[in-house]
Design a protein around this ligand. Structure first.
Ligand SMILES: Nc1nc2c(c(=O)[nH]1)N[C@H]1C(S)=C(S)[C@@H](COP(=O)(O)OP(=O)(O)OC[C@H]3O[C@@H](n4cnc5c(=O)[nH]c(N)nc54)[C@H](O)[C@@H]3O)O[C@H]1N2
Ligand SMILES: Nc1nc2c(c(=O)[nH]1)N[C@H]1C(S)=C(S)[C@@H](COP(=O)(O)OP(=O)(O)OC[C@H]3O[C@@H](n4cnc5c(=O)[nH]c(N)nc54)[C@H](O)[C@@H]3O)O[C@H]1N2
Ligand SMILES: [Mo]
Length: 746
């Protein structure tokens, strides 16, 4: 189909700087905002809550981006959702507000309890809230009737205390945002290379010959990665991106940190090439690449012999795949794939990065494992300038997992916890997000406690999810801002407001710091410097301690002592979690420390003690029934997951609206439809169908049969049952749908 371009400028540049300033003004925080941002990602400042991209290794006076500014602006806003606000609106009335309107009510200021008699949230003291929640949790006949969710902003210290509390309570029901995000990565990598994390460090980008970017939109979601891409590109290394959409930032970028580019209107072309793979076509594309490499025989025989197992299996699988299927499923021709394979074979060191375009599919784990198979073929793991680089989302989602937030903990962690805390730990695996939703729906889970996030909006199958949540006996949200999960709640419901990353955290021993781990396993300190949004706020560790004291009958630790001085929590982490020895001392070194990665050292902690080639579990080409399209759900430039900062998406030429369905203009023409016409979208998964109505058609360049829309407006379309089999990551990025023009009432 014809190439079209909706954003004629390079990504970044003056518009990005202008928008940063506007975000602060919109929040009534212009001056405070500027001063705050100077501490973002600095040695004595806070870790930006925007994303998990590593900080610049060398001192760089400005190390933040437009979207980091938006994340911070929304946290330091001068607006407040206080008791006066809640007294004005019933919860039923608030349910009719959009996510954008809920977010713009500002920071939560004090604990609130839902009063069913009046349908209002009313103030409650911290003590009473803890007591009520504790009493209910203690009354449950089985601890597995409660689930404890975590979103990825939670610090290492809060996460460690939280998992300790939950396990002492008696369950491993610890669903987290990772289940909906990079779980396919964690499961896939662990099986193949013995560790569920990426193998590269930032420095590898200085040494790669080729860089492949799969299913990622860095100009929006990891803008600080753009500076790295720019350097790689300028150095002459070859960058290839695989994405159904022609994302602006993957084509060219003006660096706000480069005075010359800003003043001259110059830009750096980013990609050597962007290949528009079909939605869900990555497994076919990767199989094609492997097939082309095997056909030339340019593989690293020594590495394969010495370090891997399963090569013959993979080879047999690939030999069975034919080019007709590969071309149909990937949307790329054999010639194109062979051309990319040639670039891969010319490169001595290749990095593959990936995001949600790879993980959020039924084939999510297969996709990840095919990327690793491709890397292993030429010994690209454990070599300078090469490796596997999943790009994480939330700023501490990787650290939370390292701290033990996991529903399927391994025996080593539980043994260690038992040894350190002299308390028996539950051994049965717990619920992830999908299982928690099933439990809530069936009534086997009665209480949901959420450390951050927006469970109601982030999860799939919205209508069913709301019903399940409303059936719960108790829902508790530990949050900074009002969102859907506060207004779609259980029979009893509490809002426990907490300090954010940018705020000063004072405890008995003084001003506290917390720590986080980025996408490349660097652990560093973070210290907020702004005054708390309200004097009533507690820190996340203090809230965990309050819950633990109220709901456990025996205590493995003195919770108050730990909260008084977070060094004491870090001391316990050092005793329990591998790699954290001398934690307090090492994390105080200027840039923290690198946790290391066994696969990078070519030490394979797998079943065979080798890196494993693994053939996909699902066919690479499934076909799609006549009349169906594949829908992918993406983030706009003005949102942070379920937090909607604004209604624009400037790189895709959208202004002031979000109920959008993107389609190639030639496809609109074929259907006899026009831009701005309204359509209804119905998903079809086996016998299950779901419909959302009145989405406006907008033109965007993408392959035939593929359409795109925003999350979370489309989450109702994904049945809970549609996910990666092994990792249970919902298939947010490949939803088979039917389309019809909306019937609009006159
Ligand atoms: N500003 C901002 N920053 C964020 C976030 C945010 O919402 N806003 N969210 C954070 C979080 S939690 C995460 S996980 C990350 C998410 O960061 P990304 O992974 O970049 O997020 P998405 O927008 O979901 O989509 C990624 C890309 O996948 C492409 N894609 C869709 N389907 C397919 C497919 O089938 N194949 C391929 N190859 N590509 C496909 C889409 O076109 C899109 O460009 O960002 C983090 N950072
Ligand atoms: N259709 C579709 N659905 C998706 C995705 C998709 O691409 N498509 N992506 C999935 C992904 S990758 C993810 S990670 C999930 C995101 O799922 P979540 O992590 O659950 O959602 P967020 O929107 O990031 O959560 C935002 C809320 O976190 C709270 N918050 C912010 N800062 C703090 C803090 O410092 N402490 C505490 N306690 N609370 C805080 C605020 O109240 C805010 O409203 O969504 C998933 N859902
Ligand atoms: Mo994520």
């Amino acid at each position: 189909m014809k190439k079209i371009r909706v954003y004629p400028h390079p990504a970044g540049g003056w518009p990005a700087l202008g928008k940063s300033a506007l975000s602060m003004m919109k929040q009534g925080a212009f001056w405070k905002g500027g001063a705050t941002m100077l501490h973002a990602n600095q040695p004595d400042g806070f870790d930006c809550p925007g994303c998990a991209w590593p900080d610049a290794p060398h001192f760089q006076a400005i190390d933040f981006c437009e979207n980091g500014v938006k994340a911070v602006a929304n946290e330091i806003t001068s607006k407040r959702a206080n008791r006066e606000f809640f007294a004005q609106h019933t919860v039923t009335a608030l349910q009719a507000w959009s996510d954008y309107e809920l977010e713009f009510t500002g920071r939560l200021t004090e604990p609130m309890r839902y009063d069913a008699a009046t349908d209002y949230y009313v103030p409650v003291s911290w003590q009473q809230a803890f007591k009520d929640i504790g009493t209910y949790l203690k009354s449950l006949p089985d601890p597995n009737m409660a689930a404890f969710y975590t979103s990825g902003r939670t610090s290492n210290e809060a996460a460690f205390l939280y998992q300790l509390y939950v396990r002492c309570f008696g369950t491993n029901n610890m669903p987290d945002c990772s289940n909906m995000c990079h779980e396919s990565t964690s499961v896939g990598l662990k099986e193949q290379i013995g560790i569920g994390k990426g193998t590269i460090t930032l420095d590898d980008f200085d040494h790669c010959d080729a860089l492949f970017i799969f299913g990622q939109n860095p100009a929006t979601n990891h803008p600080r990665m753009m500076a790295t891409l720019r350097e790689v590109s300028r150095r002459g290394a070859r960058i290839i991106a695989f994405n159904p959409l022609r994302e602006a930032g993957l084509e060219s970028f003006t660096s706000p940190q480069s005075p010359v580019e800003m003043l001259t209107g110059g830009s750096t072309p980013i990609s050597l090439a962007l290949y528009q793979v079909r939605i869900g076509g990555d497994a076919a594309l990767l199989s094609g690449l492997i097939k082309a490499v095997l056909a030339k025989g340019e593989i690293d025989h020594d590495f394969i012999r010495q370090h891997t197992s399963g090569f013959e299996n993979l080879k047999a699988f690939i030999e069975q795949q034919n080019w007709t299927d590969i071309e149909a499923a990937s949307g790329l021709s054999q010639g194109e794939i062979e051309h990319i394979a040639a670039i891969y074979m010319q490169s001595n060191a290749t990095i593959c990065t990936w995001g949600m375009g790879i993980t959020q599919h039924e084939r999510g784990v297969d996709n990840v494992q095919l990327i690793v198979n491709l890397l292993l073929l030429r010994g690209n793991i454990g070599k300078r300038g090469a490796g596997a680089a999943p790009i994480r989302g939330h700023s501490n989602v990787q650290g939370d997992r390292t701290m033990g937030i996991y529903e399927k903990p391994d025996a080593a962690l539980l043994d260690k916890l038992e040894a350190v805390f002299k308390t028996p730990m539950p051994r049965a695996h717990g619920h992830d997000v999908v299982d928690t939703l099933k439990g809530l729906a069936s009534g086997s889970v009665k209480a949901l406690i959420a450390m951050g996030g927006n469970f109601a909006a982030a999860t799939p199958d919205t209508t069913q999810t709301y019903l399940a949540l409303q059936q719960a006996a108790l829902t508790v949200q530990i949050s900074t801002k009002l969102n859907r999960s506060h207004v779609v709640h259980g029979k009893a419901a509490y809002i426990l407001p907490c300090l954010g990353r940018t705020e000063e955290d004072w405890q008995d021993s003084g001003w506290q710091s917390v720590t986080t781990e980025d996408s490349m396993s660097n652990v560093m300190m973070s210290r907020g410097r702004n005054a708390a949004a309200s004097a009533e706020l507690l820190s996340e560790p203090a809230i965990v301690a309050g819950l633990a004291k109220a709901s456990l009958s025996t205590h493995p630790v003195d919770w108050d002592e730990l909260v008084a001085d977070y060094d004491r929590i870090r001391e316990l982490i050092a005793q329990t979690i591998p790699g954290f020895q001398d934690f307090n001392q090492r994390v105080r070194e200027k840039r923290g420390f690198y946790l290391g990665n066994s696969a990078r050292d070519q030490h394979w902690k797998t079943a065979t003690e080798k890196a494993q080639f693994i053939a996909p579990a699902l066919p690479i080409h499934a076909g799609l029934d006549e009349g169906l399209w594949l829908l992918t759900t993406v983030r706009s430039h003005d949102q942070y997951n379920t937090t909607i900062y604004g209604l624009d998406d400037r790189y895709r030429n959208i202004h002031g609206e979000r109920r959008i369905c993107f389609m190639h203009p030639e496809e609109m023409q074929r259907m006899g439809w026009q831009t701005d016409q309204l359509i209804d979208i119905t998903s079809v998964f086996g016998a299950l169908t779901r419909t959302v109505k009145a989405f406006k058609l907008k033109p965007l360049d993408m392959p035939q049969g593929c359409i795109a829309s925003y999350y979370p407006e489309t989450n109702d379309l994904i049945p809970l049952q549609h996910h990666t089999p092994r990792a249970q990551t919902p298939a947010y990025k490949s939803i088979p749908v039917r389309l019809s023009l909306s019937v609009v009432d006159e």
